[in-house]
Design a protein around this ligand. Sequence first.
Ligand code: G3H
Length: 530
Amino acid sequence: MNLTAVEIPETYKIKTLLHQKSYLVNGELKTWNGETSEVYSTISSTEDYKPTLLGSIPTLGKTEALEALDSALGAFDKGQGLWPTMKVEARIKCMEKFVEQMKTKRDEVVKLIMWEIGKTLPDSEKEFDRTVDYIYDTIEDYKQLDRDSAKFEKHGGVYAHIRRGPLGTVLCLGPYNYPLNETFTLLIPALIMGNTVVFKPAKHGVLLISPLLEAFQNSFPKGVVNIIYGRGRVLATPIMESGKVDVLALIGNSKSANALQSAHPKGNRLRMVLGLEAKNPAIVLPDADLDLAVNECIAGTLSFNGQRCTALKVVYVHESVAEEFNRRFSYAVDQLKFGNPWEAGAKLTPLPESDKPAYIQELIDDAQEKGASILNEKGGETTDNFIFPAVLYPVNKDMRVYKEEQFGPVVPVMSFKDIQEPLDDMAESDYGQQVSLFGKNVNTLAPLIDTLVNLVCRVNLNSSCQRGPDVYPFTGRKDSAYGTLSVHDALRSFSIRTFVASKDNAYNKAILNELLDTKASNFISTDYIL
Ligand code: G3H
């Protein structure tokens, strides 16, 4: 499975290193002369395996974190800042300016996504394009939101002009598996609603933000977006401890989210928008179309090597079809091609975390010790940066691979006799994001669907789990999420309803009419943005 330098196409070779020497604070790309951290890819550029050096980033400390926070607070300026008081149309113009520049950086960003996190070329391109679409869709949705608010209501003798306003200052932290897309699904709605932001890129997938820094700098007023580099704990903890952050926006792990939330001295003030871990099950019923179930379970368990919060992380198969499902599924897993991200047809790629193969091996060893076997021939084959997905069967609840979110290439399969078994497991689980249900008979499916929608937030019928399309609600129960994201819901999550009310009398009416005629207020407006 080793790949050598000669196989790297010219366009994708790393010829110059990207040393990110500045961070964005108060509208300035400030040069950093302190400590830096090297950024490596687990993909080798040489025949003998060696991680590839990609560049370096500043290792900022508490002082710089608080400097970025002050900058964001200054730009919000207790609600008086240019950005939170700006006309909606003007904020949209800034966002359009940003996305136009972003589009010109596609090749650079896509190349870095491949090197930094090992995502395939088609999926890296999709991540970029999906993010650009997300920004345009957000702009359109915001216009609609604005049009819906461009009016006065009157109830009980009181006029009201109701809009959604920003919450304040947001700390934004994204995950390494979608370092561009998922981070931007937080950052973009937070910004467009008038909040100011401190953003720290994920632990892997950090250099890919560099090509966009100037666009951030020149598209938004100073201090609105601040981008800092370094260790999450060092930077995010003092920001939270200050008590000055209004929103914690994080896609990642519930342990980090809980630690950051509890660092904030006034929990009641803190809004949270969280996308956390999950252990989405697939349930294969006796009458399921097995070919379809196998194909969807392959995509569900192993797209991007299983490193998706929405990945299928445990497969329940009815005992009557378990043998046949296992045979077809294991065969299909072994057909998946491993290769570097740019290699045509590669479905499995190097893991960005250098310690991941060893962790997955631990899960396999533990499962084998407790009675599971590896069903596929290639399962567990290891190289310097990868471990081939093992299909483990029969898995039971004592095994680590059942309990832990593997977030990598290993597939636990369990068989069940009674549908109550997976339902009980799901009810007991700490997670509640999605499920995939494979079957046909509506008399069986109907009561199951009615139950499953109360255990998770998306039931995928004969389909793998996924976040998209991005207009659909993305959320979860229990430890899987807090708040709902979608193009529309994210705008709501990062804002609050706020309004101007006045008693209906001639005196107030005259004032309101004058406010509308003169267009003196950015908030009070009945203009339609088309
Ligand atoms: O990591 C979790 C992502 O939200 C998954 O998104 O289902 O589109 O791959 P996706």
